[in-house]
Design a protein around this ligand. Sequence first.
Ligand code: ATP
Length: 358
Amino acid sequence: MSTNSGVVFKNVSKLFDDFSAVDNISFEVKSGQLITLLGPSGCGKTTTLRMIAGLELPTSGQIFIGGEDVSNVYAAGRSVGMVFQSYALFPHMTVMQNICFGLSDKSKDKAETLDKAHVVMRTVGLKNLEHRYPSELSGGQQQRVAIARSIVTNPKVLLFDEPLSNLDAKLRRQVRGDIRDLQQELGVTAIYVTHDQEEALAISDEIIVMKDGNIDQKGSPKALYQYPESPFVANFIGEANKVTGQLAPSEKDSEALFSVNGKTIFSYAKLKQADLLNKSCDAFIRPNAIVILDEASAEDNSFTAKVLSAVYMGSYVEYMIEAEWGAQLFMIDYSFNEPCEVGSSIQVKIDHRGVSIL
Ligand code: ATP
């Protein structure tokens, strides 16, 4: 693959009549990175992807692929491969014919075309299936044909538009791993669209979270999960309980104390915003940051809570609890302990590593 295949958006907007689907966004995808556009339905992910593909042109702003300004170049003039959620395979063509379709205009040499197709078939694990028709393949195999067809032309950039939505949950996990492995093996720049946050966290170097045609936050999966910069990102990437309270200085310089109605709930060690001290602020607490303590063991800043509901999910138990200081909290317990009974009183503490204060 090309060494310079990065994608750059500079102040790009897309209007449909007077509706702004994408509103003045700027970002960079470095060569060889896999970046995911993540966000709720209608936030502008697909429009952004289609502008990279050249299926839509921007209303204003500039798009660069491999350093070249392609803002006014349609799809045929860009070196981009695209994998759609419907796979878009030709049903009357065999696997081999589907894969060679994109090459037919570009290579006049039939033997060379077949050689290339065999190489990509091996790469995506489709050996010996060249004579089958799409209807004779599993969903996962059809997806591999779609991927093979998109990489056989050696594109600078590979685009994936919700490629797993037609697969069942188990297969999704496997195919998303295969896509990530293949992308890394080829070293190709990839941009992936999904509304599934788990999928985005699992495969991406970086995630761009979009909302209403804008970029809300861009960062690595870990940075977005641990340091969300807005309530929207805190809720969209993993769940979070919002609790309004106050941050007060602690005796330790590096710490602050979060309290609700005068009761200290937890000490907070990653305080970046000194301007939040002594003011009302919101803590976003992850469900797995609320930890059940052994019976009757009270630690610093632990508190009692009443179990309002308990749902056994096999590898974890989901609880709604009511803290003694008033808030109702959703929590998840991954331990092997017996589920707590509804109506019982439990002792819990909050692990500040699963909290963001905004
Ligand atoms: P989804 O996850 O549902 O596919 P999305 O985030 O990909 O959503 P887009 O398809 O990019 O969203 O659409 C963004 C907005 O632009 C939506 O409100 C949509 O209705 C609008 N839109 C998209 N394409 C067109 C078009 N061709 N004409 C008019 N409006 C459009």
